[in-house]
Design a protein around this ligand. Structure first.
Ligand code: PMP
Length: 323
């Protein structure tokens, strides 16, 4: 039997932090694969899966905090949109997908984490046209994720490099065909940067390798590329712009150029995994003062309020292990 003293802290603080870290590492990362729940290491799909053969597949990433999904309805909406674009049929209903997702995060025992949903056209002998009959492959995974690390990055800012946008003409589909993003993000990593900012030959900034991009001008107006086939309609983007407008901040969904970005006082990015991060270095130059700017800081505060409203998660109460 273990006796614990009846004080507010059962162990010295540093021990408790260590225990939490050890516990976090033993939390299982779990998968759902075509009806089976189990550890990720034991999950398997066929090598004839069209997701593997052709990237004939789409995906979705949703954050859960305090065991509750953020913007879940919007993620389901985008999932259906991507499936429709690829003409993938026979996917379980939203209610069924939601039930699997909730069961999976409960099994993961993680409070805060990321749920990935991957759906391919299914398994068939390799041939480019759609197979006459195939059942979609449905995979979900749930892993813990420390959102508190983003709070630290919000205070320090992040570095971003600029790269030509070498992707296809349907960037609005959340396809698992991510090779240009993989190569760009590898270049960013080698440059010790968090992300790559993509631009077209005319200098127009589209978005990041896995994020949406924003510029704040001297008057405090927030600019971002309008919804089009050249960007992914980010869920964090949608939520952020709604919050900004509700709070009387000026928003213009108008593309900006790489030259405008270099001269801007503030730049930032958003995504599900990085709800909002100030960009304080662009290539070799500081952005603005080189410190996170006031508009980005205000938006970050408003965004975490929204997260708290939806999930009850509070940045200042984030578990130590989340770091
Ligand atoms: N753009 C691209 C290219 C992305 O891959 C992502 C993240 N998947 C985003 C933007 C951000 O989208 P969201 O806010 O839905 O995570």
């Amino acid at each position: 039997m273990i006796c614990v003293p009846a004080t507010s802290h059962r162990y010295p603080l540093h021990c408790e932090a260590q225990l939490r870290r050890v516990f976090a590492q033993t939390m299982p990362a779990v998968a759902y694969t075509n009806g089976r729940y189990g550890p990720i290491a034991e999950a398997a799909i066929s090598i004839d899966d069209r997701g593997f053969q052709f990237a004939d597949s789409i995906y979705e990433v949703a954050a859960f905090l305090n065991g509750r999904f953020l913007d879940w309805g919007k993620h389901l909406w985008r999932l259906r949109r991507s499936l429709a674009a690829l003409h993938i049929k026979g996917v379980p209903s939203d209610a069924a997908l939601s039930a699997i997702a909730h069961r999976l995060i409960a099994r993961s025992r993680a409070h805060d984490g990321l749920l990935y949903i991957q759906i391919s056209r299914g398994v068939a002998r390799r041939d480019h046209p759609f197979p006459a009959a195939s059942r979609p492959t449905l995979v979900m995974t749930a892993r813990r994720f420390g959102f508190a690390q983003r709070i630290i990055q919000q205070r320090t800012g992040i570095a971003v490099i600029t790269l030509p946008d070498q992707r296809w003409a349907r960037c609005d589909i959340k396809s698992t065909g991510l090779l240009p993003a993989v190569l760009a993000k590898q270049e960013a990593a080698q440059a010790h940067a968090f992300e790559a900012m993509f631009h077209l030959p005319d200098g127009t900034v589209t978005e990041g390798g896995s994020t949406n991009m924003y510029m704040v001008d001297k008057a405090g107006t927030i600019f971002t590329h309008p919804i089009s086939a050249q960007i992914l309609p980010g869920i964090a983007r949608d939520t952020l712009l709604a919050i900004a407008r509700t709070n009387q901040l000026r928003v213009e969904e108008r593309a900006f150029t790489i030259d405008e970005a270099r001269a801007a006082p503030e730049l930032f990015l958003t995504s599900t995994t990085a709800p909002i991060l100030p960009i304080t270095r662009l290539d070799d130059a500081a952005v603005g003062t080189g410190k996170p700017g006031p508009v980005t800081a205000r938006l970050a505060a408003l965004l975490w309020d929204e997260v708290e409203q939806q999930t009850g998660w509070r940045a200042d109460a984030a578990p130590f292990s989340a770091f």
